[in-house]
Design a protein around this ligand. Sequence first.
Ligand SMILES: Nc1nc2c(ncn2[C@@H]2O[C@H](COP(=O)(O)OP(=O)(O)O)[C@@H](O)[C@H]2O)c(=O)[nH]1
Ligand SMILES: [Mg+2]
Length: 202
Amino acid sequence: MKINVSDLERVAVRPDQYPEADKAEIAFAGRSNVGKSSLLNLLTNRKKLARVSGAPGKTRTINFYIINNEFRIVDLPGYGYAKVSKSVSSTWGEMVENYLQDRKNLIKVIQLVDIRHAPSKQDVQMYKYLKFYGLEGVIVATKADKVSRNELFKNISIIKKTLGLSSEDIIIPISSLKKTGYEDLLNVMDELLEEYNEIDKE
Ligand SMILES: Nc1nc2c(ncn2[C@@H]2O[C@H](COP(=O)(O)OP(=O)(O)O)[C@@H](O)[C@H]2O)c(=O)[nH]1
Ligand SMILES: [Mg+2]
């Protein structure tokens, strides 16, 4: 798959603000600062589609990007930023939960984790949560340029173990800085969309 056209279609905090559920959606989730915006920009080949931030915790909305006029990439607000207040973090939970639990056209949530660190408690919680909704199974290990080749294999096995990945789950190391690994993710997304369209036809 090649992404030729992409645009921010909608910014939402409540379900009544979501765009119509007429197109397949693939969402991206991960803690603040994991590299979600950078990855979206890499996939869409746009420098400033999603805002890359040095200060974590800025995105508190669900952003819907329309891709090739065919499907959507949905940027979920980042979790796990220490400095947010209790009320902000409960809004976060409600916002994400609302979206995940009854979005009919949501086909998968790509979960991002930093390749340098063992997944946090919240990463593990997120994986379990996605599993509950049947949306788990594709993990991106971000910032792959920050580790050596040896470390890469070692850290991937730590990530698999800590999250409790199954043998069918896919984990893809990507560097947005070096622009490596993203073709594998685009292929996975392509397959997911094909599956969805096949089911749709039946
Ligand atoms: N070295 C390196 N830094 C990255 C990579 N991806 C993101 N970053 C940096 O990590 C920080 C957070 O990135 P951002 O995309 O805004 O993360 P988000 O909060 O998850 O959307 C920024 O300083 C980015 O430049 C990567 O692949 N390699
Ligand atoms: Mg971001």
